[in-house]
Write a protein that binds this ligand. Structure first.
Ligand code: NAP
Length: 285
């Protein structure tokens, strides 16, 4: 019997997307240029293709222009850098991102530094990540921003709470930890070398799971009343599942995000929001 209440990412994201779409329709009525998003996909990872398709669809529905650049897996760092440099110069593009993961031979640090910091809609540029750490106004990576938006919308107070982030990737775990810290939580980050993860998670008032391991988090690892946010997306026996065993953990958690319908839709909504904000800055409207 499920006890936890649901942090409804699907509904929240739909509201956000509708509001952005309305603003874009106003721009269209005024004959103004509309926001444009460029997505670069390198290789043929099936999950990445799905995510890129979802981003294109979201752009279309909001009235944005979307530009997909699909490169082969063998693409060199130099070729990717050249493409990104060209996109930087395109006035119809206000936001750009490279879909992760990219093939291992590509120098990601080199590539991401090429992205115009003003068009960096996933907050991956070192300057934007640095500003995030400093607590200075910046572009916040879409997934962690979506998590924070959802927590705020449902009135989850983070001040003084013990928050545990599972995972330390540059795109989710690390920025997530910074945002929780900025919201005055006491933050612990766990990773694959953390000893006795259970003793850490059992202390948590809030857990954000981003490890990419299907149904990793069980009820036995969670303190009663904990707020559990599931960033993970994996396939298990043909089902889409997260990093949290939803049925099990919902017996003890107070609030939870489902998969699907939790963080995933929020990531897309925040991508539109970040692109729209970049647009406003670049167009000066
Ligand atoms: P990632 O780059 O693979 O990072 C995974 C992190 O989990 C690493 O820091 C790793 O530690 C840690 N980890 C692995 N096993 C662990 C364990 N047993 N205990 C504790 N930590 C462990 O993945 P990511 O890009 O952050 O994504 C994480 C998940 O979120 C994936 O399922 C991805 O598909 C999903 N995702 C979803 C969205 C969305 O919109 N919902 C957006 C982005 C990602 P080490 O650093 O030590 O290796």
């Amino acid at each position: 019997m499920s006890k936890a209440k649901v942090l409804d990412g699907r509904r929240t994201a739909a509201e956000l997307r509708a509001a952005i779409g309305e603003k874009v329709r106003d721009l269209q009525r005024e004959g103004k240029r509309v926001p444009g998003l460029a997505v670069v996909l390198v290789g043929d990872d099936p999950a990445s293709k799905v995510y890129v398709g979802q981003k294109e669809k979201a752009c279309r529905e909001a009235g944005f222009r979307s530009f997909l650049h699909h490169l082969p897996a063998s693409t060199s760092t130099a070729t990717l850098v050249e493409l990104l440099g060209g996109i930087n110069e395109d006035p119809d593009v206000h936001g750009m991102l490279v879909q992760l993961p990219i093939p291992g031979h590509i120098d990601w640090t080199e590539a991401v530094r090429t992205i115009d910091v003003k068009k960096d809609v996933d907050g991956t540029h070192p300057l934007n990540l640095g500003r995030l750490v400093m607590g200075v106004d910046t572009v916040v990576p879409c997934t962690p921003r979506g998590v924070m938006y959802l927590l705020k919308k449902y009135g989850i107070d983070l001040s003084g709470k013990r928050a545990v982030v599972l995972g330390r990737s540059n795109i989710v775990g690390k920025p997530m930890a910074q945002l929780l810290l900025a919201a005055d939580a006491t933050v612990t980050v766990c990773h694959s070398r953390t000893k006795d993860v259970v003793s850490v998670t059992r202390e948590a008032d809030v857990i954000v799971a981003a490890v990419g391991r299907p149904e990793f988090l069980k009820a036995s690892m969670v303190k009663p009343g904990c707020v559990v946010v599931d960033v993970g997306i994996s396939r298990l026996d043909g089902r889409l599942v997260g990093d949290v065993d939803f049925q099990d953990v919902s017996r003890v958690a107070s609030w939870m995000t489902p998969v699907p319908g939790g963080v995933g839709p929020m990531t897309i909504a925040m991508l539109l929001q970040n692109t729209f904000e970049r647009y406003l800055e670049l167009e000066g409207v």
